[in-house]
Design a protein around this ligand. Structure first.
Ligand code: EPZ
Length: 412
């Protein structure tokens, strides 16, 4: 059943207040679940967010019980992280079959880095009409020296996991440094893996046997993108909002930019407090960049923030080449935005926004529409709620607790 959100806009008023707790990180839990294939025992999980992509990943793992080497097409093509499971399955079973992964349409999202990595580790790759069959002669991957031509978060994580069971040493060069990568490696090492340098550009893995959790839980770390999304919401429409159960140290660049714009932000090691200022914020410009730079997943929410800032600014999206699909409808709502090319958008503000019936283009664009509807005058709808539910747990209940009038209903 297709659902949509209905949001009563605040017409630029700053009335949201109270506390909102951040949930476990989607992009961390979607990696420990595939990593469980590397273990000979159960992997206890804590702080798991109740989001759609976790349900899909669990369904994929369940389906492996029937066929331990096939990632079910109808599930795997619903989200990008399904590709991560290919690594551990290939490493443990010596073969894996999977469809081209699904997930947000953010432009070209090839999987060449995964396929080249598997080949470097001794696998043979066949593709048949968007379905991949990968097998290792002799059944066991061997270590390799892999140099990523560009930084890939899931590419790094998938090959790091595959290397845990490979014969010998693997070096990953130009690896992703997102905090979730080092966090995962730490847990795998505590379970018997030999991973060095995770969180730096060069990761070394010495392959060994199956891992053991021995009852030690993987506590899903706070979702830094959810936390950042809520900071931007509070800056746009909050009077005094307390964002808890988060880790501000993983948001240094976005917080610095928001402070530069004039947002009053106070932090403790586990919380962020945002108090609004009545005057319009000063415009800032953003260049997305791999961690520790400005996260591309906060790019769309930040564009909504910038639409309410005084002056001219731009966003340079360096990671994806199709991540401005949300802009057109913001312009219809009244934002002054111009997409110059697939990587740059110019924004002038402040511009008042007026309600609109919207449809989430992707997960983070959908969140950006929730922010725009909150700021706007009048009542907006945001269709395709599933896309937002992929990454934000029970979002309408949590925003309602801050004072936003928002409800979920079946799409007409
Ligand atoms: C992860 O996606 C996140 N998803 C994304 O979050 C995030 O936007 C992205 O990293 C960048 O931070 C998960 O962790 C599940 P990439 P990922 O591989 O790993 C190109 C969200 O909203 N590329 O780092 O798929 C790719 O096209 C999602 O939570 C290749 O060319 O991103 C992109 O331009 C959206 N070939 C660039 O690399 C490959 O084989 C970086 O992508 C792989 C990637």
């Amino acid at each position: 059943m297709r659902e949509r959100f209905i949001v009563e806009g605040l017409s630029g008023e700053h009335t949201l207040k109270g506390e909102i707790a951040v949930r476990g990180a989607k992009n961390a839990v979607l990696k420990i679940l595939p990593a469980s294939v590397l273990f000979e025992d159960e992997v206890p999980l804590e702080n798991v967010p109740d989001i759609e992509d976790v349900k899909r990943m669990r369904e994929l793992l369940e389906a492996l019980k029937d066929d331990p080497t096939v990632l079910r097409k109808d599930i795997a093509e619903k989200f990008r992280a399904s590709i991560v499971l290919a690594g551990p399955v290939l490493a443990r079973r010596g073969r894996v079959e999977f469809p081209f992964p699904g997930g947000c349409v953010l432009g070209e999202r090839s999987i060449d880095l995964f396929l080249n990595g598997f080949k470097a580790m001794g696998a043979e790759v066949e593709e048949d009409d968007g379905f991949f069959k990968i097998a290792v002669p002799g059944g066991k991957l061997h270590g390799a020296h892999i140099i990523f031509p560009l930084v890939s978060v899931t590419g790094t994580e998938t090959l790091m996991m595959a290397a845990v069971l490979a014969e010998g040493e693997t070096v990953l060069q130009n690896a992703a440094m997102e905090p979730e990568v080092a966090y995962l490696a730490e847990y795998l090492n505590a379970s018997g893996a030999h991973i060095e340098g995770a969180g730096t550009p060069t990761v070394r893995i010495v392959g060994g046997g199956l891992l053991r959790a021995a009852g030690r839980p993987f506590v899903v770390p706070a979702d830094r993108i959810e936390a950042g999304s809520f900071v931007i919401l509070a800056a746009l429409a909050g009077s005094d909002v307390h964002i808890t159960h988060c880790n501000p140290a993983w948001l240094e660049v976005p917080l610095a930019l928001l402070r530069q714009a004039g947002v009053h932000i106070e932090t403790t090691p586990t919380s962020i407090r945002v108090r609004s200022s009545s005057a319009p914020y000063k415009m800032v410009s953003v260049r997305t960049h791999e961690y520790p730079g400005f996260p591309t997943d906060l790019q769309a929410p930040m564009a909504v923030f910038m639409s309410q800032c005084q002056g001219e600014g731009s966003i340079l999206e360096t990671i994806f080449d199709g991540r401005f699909r949300y802009v057109d409808d913001l312009v219809v709502m009244g934002a002054d935005m111009a997409v110059m090319n697939p990587h740059r958008v110019f924004i002038r503000g402040p511009k008042a926004l007026t309600r609109k019936n919207l449809e989430s283009p992707d997960l983070r664009g959908g969140l950006a529409y929730l922010l725009a509807a909150t700021v706007a005058k009048g009542t907006s709808s945001i269709d395709n709620a599933y896309l937002i539910d992929r990454g934000y747990e029970h979002i309408e209940e949590r925003l309602r607790a801050l004072g936003l009038t928002i409800r979920r209903e079946e799409s007409k």
